[in-house]
Design a protein around this ligand. Structure first.
Ligand code: NI
Length: 394
């Protein structure tokens, strides 16, 4: 069956590269993926899938019915959106939409999703159950997965597979990871309210800027003394707003930041921990405060069985030297985790790095580029994992 999948994928290669280039040159921002989803649904229906448009606002679902009567439903998720970045690759199929670029490889993900659908649709007689392809919008703003789930995308789904490109892994190879793959990502806003006054008479005022600087310094130091060093937490304040003039003491400062963690327990305690530190500092110096902690996406926790299934499928397809078991998670965000709250799943990293280039630019870089041979690696890995999902006695 592996040979058949590889043959089907190889025959599709020129068409898949065409598809990827088309999507790449017509990128759309999160929540505005109208053309991309129309294109995707066209390809899915012409390959005989049952298509549902407008799921999760601008998302698409394609469903493939196998010939057996297995109750199990396998979902395969890819994402459609691009980023507000000015592309500088100079490729002939570079972005034609000013200021928008597929700099996170979602054009490749969509193509891998479509390629897998095309391959599996030609071997539906080998599938005892259903495969549901989710093409989600708005991954970059970490909302599309929730929109899809709210529209029923995960109803009856038993398990889910996902993929993300990775430029530091060479094309032809993939990476799998057991357990945590990405971090829980939350948003933090702290408002410090002091008392304005003359810059020459600080003792008559409550200096919100100075207190805010105490808060930032204490939070960073306290992480190293009060958080378990084996359970990472990263807190970064990325924006400070406050003050009006050099000689006027500021009465209000707003701090905005991101908080990332890997363990659910650690994450659950963070809002209280932050508030206690802010409250104590503000109390000491007579300021008032507000802490707004907004939970974003959870950490992607890959399921053991499905990761093992992916690893063995990829090792059979490519040899074990082309399958890396990743030793470390990343503290980036990925809303694939939202689906995992509804069914166990696993996401693999698809190597897209050029072996002969000194620099493979990182994701979200205006020069980010992929070795397109990775598309076939992705399609075969995904399609064969899906096949094995029903044919392995576990
Ligand atoms: Ni991405």
């Amino acid at each position: 069956m592996l040979t058949r999948i590889k043959d089907l994928a190889t025959k599709l290669a020129p068409r898949l590269i065409e598809i990827r280039r088309h999507i790449h040159s017509h990128p759309e921002l999160s929540g505005q993926e109208y053309q991309t989803s129309a294109f995707v649904s066209g390809v899915l229906s012409s390959n005989g899938l049952h298509v549902q448009e407008g799921v999760g606002k601008t998302g698409v679902i394609g469903e493939l019915q196998g010939t057996g009567n297995s109750e199990r439903l396998l979902a395969i998720r890819t994402d459609l959106d691009a980023l507000p970045i000015i592309e500088r690759t100079g490729l002939e199929f570079a972005s034609r939409s000013q200021g928008i670029m597929h700099a996170c490889g979602h054009d490749v993900h969509t193509t891998v999703g479509l390629g897998t659908a095309m391959v599996l649709s030609q071997m539906a007689e080998e599938l005892p159950g259903r495969v549901r392809f989710l093409f989600q919008p708005a991954e970059e703003i970490a909302q599309g997965a929730s929109w899809m789930v709210n529209d029923g995308a995960m109803d009856k789904v038993s398990n889910i597979l996902g993929v993300h490109v990775f430029p530091s892994i060479p094309a032809g190879s993939i990476g799998v990871r057991y357990g945590a793959l990405t971090a829980a990502t939350d948003e933090l806003e702290i408002i410090i309210i002091g008392e304005s006054g003359h810059g020459a008479r600080p003792h008559e005022a409550v200096d919100a800027i100075w207190i805010a600087s105490q808060v930032i310094t204490t939070l960073q130091q306290a992480i190293s003394r009060t958080q378990n060093p084996l359970r990472p937490v990263v807190l970064s304040i990325g924006q400070i707003n406050g003050g009006r003039a050099p000689n006027v003491i500021a009465d209000k400062v707003q701090l905005l930041g991101t908080v990332r963690s890997l363990h659910p327990e650690t994450r659950a305690n963070l809002p209280n921990w932050i508030e206690k530190i802010v409250a104590n500092i503000c109390y000491s110096y007579g300021a008032k405060y507000q802490v707004n902690y907004r939970q974003g996406v959870p950490s992607v926790q890959n399921d053991y069985f499905l990761t093992q299934l992916m690893q063995s499928a990829a090792e059979e397809a490519w040899g074990s030297d082309r399958v890396q078991v990743l030793p470390e998670p990343s503290l980036s965000a990925e809303d694939f985790s939202v689906y995992l709250e509804h069914a166990p799943g696993s996401m693999f990293r698809l190597g897209v790095g050029f072996k002969d280039r000194l620099i493979n630019y990182p994701l979200h870089h205006p020069l980010f580029d992929v070795d397109e041979s990775a598309i076939i690696t992705g399609v075969v890995t995904m399609a064969y994992t899906a096949y094995k999902y029903w044919h392995q006695n576990c």
